[in-house]
Write a protein that binds this ligand. Structure first.
Ligand SMILES: [Zn+2]
Ligand SMILES: [Zn+2]
Length: 119
């Protein structure tokens, strides 16, 4: 299992926009980084907070559909199909993102969550 660092999560959150102010600069609240894998992201512009879920192994075990969908996601750079889920962030009720890594070229990119999209 890949161990995520606060800096890496902050950097990768910068590839999506804040649900409130649409800026793309985020911090992780240090105090929220407990052992349960539930971190809190904060927008640096408007201080909106949202949950960041780093409990990927547990999530994949409880959501059997998700690993199947991850195999279907195509990388926009190399067209390789199949990505690894690194962490998730729920920016709003309607907007959740999977932060994934392409298994072909190792490009990292956000993929809008398909579960929420089909509500
Ligand atoms: Zn904001
Ligand atoms: Zn790729």
């Amino acid at each position: 299992m890949v161990t995520l660092t606060k800096e890496e999560v902050e950097r990768r959150l910068g590839s999506v926009a804040c649900a409130v102010c649409k800026q793309s600069s985020f911090a992780i609240d240090d105090r929220s980084m407990g052992s349960d894998g539930e971190w809190r992201g904060i927008c640096r512009a408007c201080f909106y907070t949202f949950p960041v879920h780093t409990d990927v192994e547990f999530y994949l075990r409880t959501q059997p559909d998700v690993p199947l969908r991850l195999k279907e996601i195509s990388c926009t750079a190399c067209n390789h199909q199949g990505v690894t889920l690194d962490f998730r962030a729920t920016l709003s009720v309607r907007e959740a993102y999977y932060f994934v890594t392409c298994r072909g070229c190792h490009r990292q990119f956000p993929e809008k969550s398909f579960l929420e999209a089909y509500e």
